[in-house]
Write a new protein. Structure first.
Length: 348
């Protein structure tokens, strides 16, 4: 009976690490690459996340508005490693674990950025882009402190999403949060990562246009209570058009920053813009699909995080000209179709 038990445990362990998505293919380099432009998905050993409540997964499992402050980091689309891909939680780490079951850095529990299970998800609720530099410094500190991470040798994938809170605050006075300031804040954070985190590829996400949600919230009964919280303090009667324009300015600011080539000067570091959050999921009538969002109609639900995880993965594997500008559902994770993870240098 003991022998049978050990056999069953072995079968279960194999099933948990088996690549059921792409069982055939060469997805890990024979030797550890020295260039960020010759990186395969199986080479990624560490994942990390920076940003605000979108990365912290605020309210992902919430059914009531009062629970929105709970941070379900294990379900975060970019850093969540709760459950598994085979159990239906299609976050970026859970997909990556199919290619490298020894992946480190992902979050597994509930709590803020200082909770033990947050791991390398250093995102903070309510964070502004001005706080990304401090988050980058904290992230590097945590990686250096982890005895199972070799910051100089291990390849790392950092996903950065910020700007939503800047845009919301700008609703009261757009001139206080210009795109030039947003760009400077992101540049400061990326400079810290480039200097202190070798062998790193950064997924830089564009902020989505929140005005699409603002327009539909008054029509959704479940959103009306959330509106009283004033997540975006817009003046009475505002349709948010000024925020839509600012969102596009923020997106252009990121593109212009990365197009300078500043983050391709070191062979073992690069930044790639992943624009799939440019638009939110929509229904057949073209309205935002609120089933992807929490009761506050602002944060992603677990369904939303799973969909965003797949879209981040698929967009990451596409060349620049083929990247999606919206995340859709249902969308299935794709297998890599290029030899290396696309960057500005190896694929256009």
């Amino acid at each position: 009976m003991l022998t049978i038990g050990w056999i069953m445990l072995g079968v279960a362990a194999l099933a948990a690490t088996e690549n059921t998505l792409c069982p055939d293919g060469d997805y890990t380099s024979a030797t550890v690459p020295n260039s960020a432009h010759k990186l395969k998905v199986g080479d990624i050993k560490v994942v990390a996340g920076m940003g605000d409540s979108g990365t912290a997964a605020n309210g992902a499992e919430s059914t009531q508005l009062f629970d929105i402050m709970t941070q379900y980091r294990g379900r975060s689309f970019s850093t969540g490693g709760a459950s598994s891909y085979n159990d239906g939680l299609t976050t970026l780490p859970n997909i990556l674990r199919l290619f490298n079951p020894h992946l480190r850095g992902y979050s597994t529990g509930v709590g803020d950025e200082n909770s033990p299970t947050a791991n390398l998800n250093v995102a903070q609720f309510g964070a502004l882009s001005s706080q990304m530099k401090l988050q980058a410094e904290l992230l590097i500190k945590r990686m250096k402190a982890d005895p199972k991470i070799n910051i100089d040798e291990d390849w790392k994938m950092v996903t950065l999403l910020t700007g939503g809170n800047d845009i919301c605050r700008a609703c009261a006075n757009v001139s206080l949060y210009p795109a030039s300031m947003f760009r400077a804040n992101i540049e400061a954070a990326l400079d810290v990562l480039q200097e202190g985190s070798p062998r790193t590829i950064v997924n830089l996400l564009e902020v989505f246009d929140i005005t699409n949600l603002m327009k539909v919230m008054p029509l959704q009964p479940s959103c009306q209570e959330a509106m009283k919280i004033k997540l975006c303090p817009c003046p009475p009667g505002s349709d948010g058009s000024e925020l839509s324009a600012l969102s596009k300015e923020y997106q252009r600011a990121l593109v212009n920053l990365i197009n300078t080539g500043k983050y391709n000067r070191k062979p073992d570091f690069t930044v790639v813009i992943q624009p799939f959050l440019g638009n939110v999921p929509t229904t057949e009538t073209g309205e935002p699909d609120m089933s992807f969002f929490t009761p506050d109609c602002f944060h992603l639900s677990t369904k939303g995080h799973s969909a965003a995880g797949v879209s981040l993965w698929n967009t990451m594997l596409r060349r620049k000209s083929k990247k999606h500008r919206a995340f859709n559902h249902p969308e299935q994770p794709m297998c890599p179709t290029t030899r290396y993870i696309p960057t500005q240098v190896n694929y256009s």
